[in-house]
Design a binder for this molecule. Structure first.
Ligand code: SF4
Length: 177
């Protein structure tokens, strides 16, 4: 039986959702029997591959680069999952949305700096004026809320997707199963 092609990626997130993925512990061994991880922090690949079955996206869309990546992911993935609250709602990275980008830069590089305050003009990501959850940019097949989602919830969701079902995550988290 051929294995499902699974990708994971983080955009503007803290990697906590990926840490929770690893918290599945020995269940990762069960998953490894039915999935091949084709992209993610555990795979040394720079380009997002084609023909991915399931992509878990951690983090919100905050930069021009994120915009490009998320569109590429949608184009090359059968199922896209917004993985964790930053992807689902914007959550932590979206806190900056109440300030203009120029004020954010000024605060980070000048107001809080005592020696040589200077906002760089090169080699920093081009920030979008507003951080956006993934579903505002592309169609999302499943949302897994949580900051981070629990390992149980992730295992449940991925197992259901592998069985060809879109799971009811609210039902799962409401009863803490
Ligand atoms: Fe980190 Fe929480 Fe965002 Fe996941 S949802 S990337 S754990 S801040």
């Amino acid at each position: 039986m051929s294995k499902a092609r699974l990708a994971t990626i983080w955009l503007e997130g803290c990697s906590g959702c990926h840490m929770s993925f690893l918290d599945m512990d020995e269940r990762l061994i069960d998953l490894a029997e039915s999935v091949e991880i084709v992209f993610g922090p555990y795979v040394d690949l720079k380009e997002f591959p084609k023909n991915v079955d399931i992509t878990l996206v951690e983090g919100a869309v905050a930069t021009e680069e994120d915009l490009k990546k998320i569109r590429e992911i949608r184009e090359n993935s059968k199922l896209v999952v917004a993985f964790g609250d930053c992807a689902v709602t914007g959550n932590v990275p979206a806190m900056r949305n109440q300030f203009p980008v120029k004020d954010v830069f000024q605060r980070a590089y000048e107001n809080n700096v005592t020696e040589k305050p200077l906002t760089p003009t090169e080699d920093i990501p081009a920030l979008l004026e507003r951080v956006r959850p993934v579903h505002e940019i592309i169609n999302v097949d499943l949302h897994i809320p949580g900051c981070p989602p629990s390992a149980d919830t992730i295992f449940f969701a991925v197992s259901e997707l592998l069985e060809g079902r879109i799971p009811d995550i609210n039902e799962k988290t409401r009863f803490g199963k």
